[in-house]
Ligand binder design. Structure first.
Ligand code: DC
Length: 674
């Protein structure tokens, strides 16, 4: 895909399960490969950068097996790599090439390391200088100071402290620290400059300790590794969620109302980037910390405060703040971010160029950015309506942002992810080359859609016509459509066929959580069988109402329903779309009709299909189902306080569709779409 146009967005709420941390994943893979014993790594990030690392390790002889559920088994080499001659392609993965360079330099073999063109522009000279001091044979194959590199066997001598610069990239220190225990000797590294991005070194030391190697340090300037230490597998290692990736969702919560929760990192995270939440707090956002989650809401006033912050400790997540500055109430300054210039692209220059396209006033320095929002339009943002969902409660802030802008991403995943937030200003934003997010977060835009894509929730009793209305409203807006009732019907059908009793909560929930259902061109499939008509039988209708009363079944279907929330938007119909599944829906409709009118419609439908029908029995059946759906303990059928009532007793389908479209109109004006 060459470009992805995000619709103008008005709010963000929901929760996101984070992919594994890139920083932890690539360090863990290397340490597990060097360790004695086998390591099972759970929740490893699946992305371009980790694939580069896995492929390189495999090439130098590490035994690697993919296990179920995103876990991996790494057979440690118990020291240096067994393969002594290899060409390794490192893509643009800094977290792979730096530590591998140091490790291979101590492995006594012939290795060549190269990457994409941008990788050959990213400095590695400070690391090579450090390695040359201990006798390693590392040469530049092209430009001095940059990859590609050629490594040969050499006699390593550790008689003096290694002198290392720490002001270009902390990865050089990480690389040496992880590699040096291979020598088994005592060694000291002395920083000759200030050390930047210190929290990344903390991740390194933390993981080395999990693999049994202790490093002491004096004030982050002198690092001491005692001799006689070697890496030992911890057996199993869990990878935390990626705290840098969390920044986009947390910022979305602060900008778009929230609450937005990220799951997979929490208060005890070893990743420095969780401190990004503090920066949001300083902008007035409300932050809640859990063991395994962080949650952010917009300030009660809806206004984010301007900031002036030293962001040296969170260089990656800090990029997100540059875009969050578009929503602040004054000029913002990001200081001490010089390392941005040697990342995937020159991030200071790239960020300045793209923010200006949106109308921001940006001043760019060697190590800082000053960002002033276009006309400070966001001052007027209000989130009073975010819980109520009524469409008219938000003001339209889009007018002073440049509309219809296409953002270039410079093959930099973070540029793409950061600028998705700009759509929260209410106008569409195009992201060029969106697949660059694959570097660290292949499912990013789907995850972002799950908290921001507009949802129109249409709830109501059986046979109220909401299915037909919802489908037509979806088509008229070019939105996706979710018929949630069909999931309960499919569950009832699957249970009936499998001989599972409809009141066997555990058994039915197990079926619901792995339902092989798909929806194709108006047909509903269960394991490739067309069951569109079968799930509409009276028997399955009654069964669906029974299984829908089981809490475990509802829980099993929840994530599945939420995954239908995609760009440009979703119309979802059911019983609890507004109350439980999409409580942040921008428009909530309660569509109903008298029981008599609904029974009559059903009667006519059946007769038209040539099926037998009895008006009295149909009415009785509907009333029974209504009672069951309304009286159950979980997610009973009810009209939410903030839902608009549409009574279709006297309306035909066209009139009902028109009534719902009328309710949606103000939202689309906010989004700048109409
Ligand atoms: O909308 P429908 O008639 O196809 O729904 C079938 C059954 O599933 C109905 O008895 C209510 C139940 N249901 C539910 O409990 N929650 C939903 N979101 C959708 C349907």
């Amino acid at each position: 895909m060459e470009a992805l146009t995000l619709p103008g967005l008005s709010r963000a709420a929901g929760s996101v399960r984070l992919p594994g941390s890139k920083s932890i994943s690539n360090r863990a893979l290397l340490l597990a490969s060097l360790a004695q014993g086998s390591t099972k790594i759970i929740d490893l990030l699946d992305s371009d950068d980790t694939r580069v690392m896995l492929a390189a390790l495999e090439k130098v002889g590490v035994g690697i097996t993919a296990l179920e559920g995103g876990a991996w088994r790494i057979e440690g080499c118990g020291g240096a790599f067994p393969v002594k001659d290899a060409d390794l392609f490192m893509g643009n993965a800094g977290t792979a090439i730096r530590p591998l360079t140091a490790t291979l330099a101590l492995s006594g073999g012939h290795y060549r390391l190269s990457g994409v063109a941008r990788m050959h522009e990213r400095p590695i000279g400070d690391l090579v200088d450090g390695l040359l001091q201990i006798g390693a044979d590392v040469r530049y194959a092209e430009a001095s100071g940059f990859p590609p590199l050629a490594i040969r066997p050499a006699r390593i001598k550790l008689d003096a402290p290694i002198q290392l610069r720490g002001d270009v990239s902390s990865q050089f220190l990480t690389a040496l620290l992880m590699a040096l225990p291979l020598t088994g000797e005592a060694v000291v590294i002395e920083m000759t400059t200030e050390l930047i991005s210190r929290p990344y070194i903390e991740i390194t030391l933390n993981l080395m300790a999990r693999f049994g190697v202790e490093v002491k340090h004096e004030d982050w300037q002198r690092f001491m590794i005692a001799g006689g230490q070697s890496y030992q597998s911890p057996g199993v290692l869990y990878v935390e969620g990626d705290a840098s990736a969390a920044s986009y969702f947390l910022a979305a919560g602060a900008i778009g109302g929230g609450p937005v929760r990220v799951e997979g990192v929490g208060r005890n995270s070893i990743q420095g980037d969780v401190r990004f939440a503090d920066a949001l707090e300083s902008m007035g956002a409300n932050v809640t910390w859990g063991e395994q989650f962080i949650e952010v809401c917009a300030p009660a006033s809806g206004k984010l405060k301007a900031f002036d912050l030293d962001l040296n400790h969170i260089p990656d997540a800090a990029m997100t703040l540059a875009v969050a500055a578009l929503f602040a109430d004054g000029p913002c300054r990001l200081r001490n971010i010089a390392s941005w210039r040697v990342k995937e692209t020159d991030r200071i220059a790239a960020m300045a160029t793209e923010l200006r396209k949106l109308g921001a006033v940006v001043e760019e320095g060697a190590d800082y950015l000053a960002v002033t929002s276009p006309g400070l339009a966001c001052r007027e943002r209000r989130f009073a309506g975010r819980q109520s969902g009524s469409p008219g409660t938000q003001s339209a802030p889009a007018q002073s942002f440049q509309v219809g802008v296409a953002i270039d991403t410079y093959d930099d995943h973070r540029m793409a992810m950061c600028f998705s937030l700009a759509a929260l200003a209410g106008a569409p934003v195009t992201i060029n080359d969106p697949q660059c997010v694959n570097k660290t977060f292949p499912g990013y835009f789907d995850a972002f859609a799950e908290i921001t894509a507009p949802v129109i929730a249409i709830d109501g009793p059986s046979a109220s016509g909401k299915g037909t209305v919802a489908e037509r409203v979806a088509a008229a807006n070019g939105y996706h459509y979710l018929d949630s009732g069909s999931l309960y019907r499919l569950t009832a059908l699957a249970a009936t066929r499998a001989g599972v009793a409809l009141d066997d909560e555990t058994g039915v929930a197990a079926l619901a959580s792995s339902l092989p259902a798909s929806f194709e061109a108006g047909r509903i499939l269960l394991a490739d069988e067309d069951v569109t008509d079968a799930i509409r039988s009276e028997e399955i209708s009654a069964g669906a109402s029974k299984v829908a009363a089981l809490p475990a079944v509802r829980a099993a279907l929840l994530a599945r329903q939420r995954a239908y929330r995609r760009f440009p938007g979703l119309v979802a119909d059911g019983r609890d779309m507004a109350s439980v599944v999409f409580p942040g829906a921008v428009v909530k409709v309660f569509l109903t009709a008298s029981a008599e009118a609904r029974a009559e419609r059903r009667f006519k439908q059946l007769i038209a299909k040539g099926m037998p029908a009895n008006m009295h029995a149909l009415l009785q059946d509907l009333q029974d189902r209504d009672a069951r759906d309304a009286q159950r303990s979980v997610a009973p059928l009810l009209q939410c306080d903030d839902a608009e009532l549409v009574d279709t007793t006297e309306l035909d389908i066209e009139a009902a569709v028109a009534a719902v479209m009328e309710l949606i109109r103000p939202t689309h004006q906010v989004n700048g779409k109409k």
